[in-house]
Design a protein around this ligand. Structure first.
Ligand code: FES
Length: 104
């Protein structure tokens, strides 16, 4: 298991790109729940955040790709608008231990 951070590092209603070794990840927190996805848009297979910063839009209700504005549901990763509608971000399994986040 590899440590990627603590829940305190990810404010509620945020969606932030991080790196873990070679992996580009997207850590999403919505309504207190944590989700981890591969940071790879189903549209072009590129990262969603070339500009950096948060990808949360609509007050954290959605995740928005900075490249062509596709929008994704935070809890399932499903693309609900934009060029990849109907596809989804790839969920990454993780374990929480005392607030620390580890990839499985
Ligand atoms: S690369 Fe994400 S919407 Fe096109």
């Amino acid at each position: 298991m590899s440590f990627i951070g603590n829940v305190r590092d990810f404010p509620d209603n945020s969606a932030l790109g991080i790196r873990s070794g070679e992996k580009a990840l997207l850590v999403v927190r919505r309504a207190g729940q944590l989700y981890v996805y591969a940071n790879r848009c189903p549209h072009t297979r590129e990262t969603l955040d070339p500009e950096g910063g948060s990808l949360a839009s609509s007050g954290g209700l959605l995740i928005q790709c900075q490249r062509h504005a596709a929008e994704f549901l935070p809890d399932t990763g499903e693309c609900v608008s934009g060029p990849c509608q109907g596809e989804a971000l790839t969920a990454i399994p993780f374990t929480l231990s005392g607030g620390d986040i580890y990839l499985d």
